[in-house]
Design a protein around this ligand. Structure first.
Ligand code: ATP
Length: 294
């Protein structure tokens, strides 16, 4: 068992992989003027369960607390109150059982593609020969064969994002936490990466929590979509995506349109706008969709 997970906080997990209970997250903000401190409640009463092997997507207006929640699951931040469990064990810090893919790539610029992908394996002290075999497997899985010796500045945005995914997968985490991983790439590359991610997920059976602004992206990828509201952030509804897999060509189906519309309405009906919410005359759903270039 990892040093970051407290043995005394065990509880029966069943096929629940991640359980978040009554999460509240408060930030202390410095006031303009007198410099006094005040509290800002970013997340309140958030409950969410993610099943083993599930692909769960979170959507919500800007500033509703999606990244804050993902950071807490990653163990990079702590809830002000409430608890998050993985396999029934309390999360108290980051660990190699959870791989993180953030927007903006965050690759090591001084490392080649291969060396970036091998990073987690080096941390795990995997011997060099095995490291090489594993990194090659994941580089090929994300379609980057023949780019092993390139540096990040020699790659396109989509290729960098693939390296980030290969790096997260290579050390075999049970859970992948993805925060708007495809936000910075063009629409066509985004669709290709979505399809590749589904292919990898179907092969590896990882549990995935994926944060996005894109309703289409959420419906295309998810088993379920958790819709968040802001001020303070909480889960408004979790929508089952009962679409068949594989989902190639599903975007043009009537069922896809119905589910998309349902999520759109859930966001539309949300009276509370996030801090970076819609501009005048634009609904939350419109703001989310346009920002994701659907
Ligand atoms: N370190 C911090 N200090 C103070 N407030 C913070 C801090 N980090 C986040 N917040 C606030 O908490 C709220 C939630 O932020 P968070 O980044 O989790 O939202 P989000 O849903 O991921 O937004 P976006 O979709 O724009 O990325 C926002 O109102 C934000 O201003």
């Amino acid at each position: 068992m990892s040093g970051n997970i407290q043995a005394q906080s065990q509880e029966s997990a069943g096929d629940d992989k991640i359980v978040a209970r009554n999460i509240r997250r408060v930030y202390t903000i410095k006031q303009k003027g007198d410099g006094g401190l005040s509290e800002f409640e970013a997340i309140k009463q958030l409950d969410l369960t993610v099943k083993q092997g599930e692909f769960l997507v979170i959507v919500g207006p800007s500033g509703c607390g999606k990244s804050t929640f993902l950071d807490m699951v990653a163990g990079l931040a702590k809830p002000s109150s409430g608890e998050i469990f993985i396999d029934g064990r309390l999360i108290t810090g980051p660990d190699l059982d959870r791989g993180i893919v953030l927007q903006g790539y965050a690759l090591f610029p001084w490392r080649t593609v291969r060396k970036n992908v091998e990073f987690g394996l080096e941390v795990k002290k995997v011997p060099p020969k095995e490291r090489r075999e594993i990194s090659q497997k994941y580089i090929e899985l994300v379609g980057l064969k023949n780019f092993e010796e390139r540096y990040p500045h020699e790659l396109s945005g989509g290729m960098k994002q693939r390296v980030a995914i290969a790096r997260a997968l290579a050390y075999d985490p049970e859970v992948l936490l993805m925060d708007e991983p495809f936000a910075a790439v063009d629409a066509q590359t985004r669709e290709t990466l979505q399809e590749e991610l589904l292919r990898i997920w179907e092969k590896t059976k990882k549990t995935i929590i994926f944060v996005t602004h894109g309703i289409d992206e959420a419906v295309f990828l998810g088993d379920r979509v958790a819709v968040m509201t802001a001020n303070p952030g909480t889960i408004k509804e979790v929508v089952d995506i009962n679409l068949p897999r594989p989902r190639d060509g599903i975007r043009s189906s009537a069922e896809f349109g119905w589910i998309r519309h349902k999520i759109w309405q859930l966001l539309q009906n949300d009276e509370s706008a996030g801090a970076g919410g819609p501009v005048a005359g634009q609904s939350i759903a419109e703001a989310i969709s346009s920002s994701a270039a659907l």
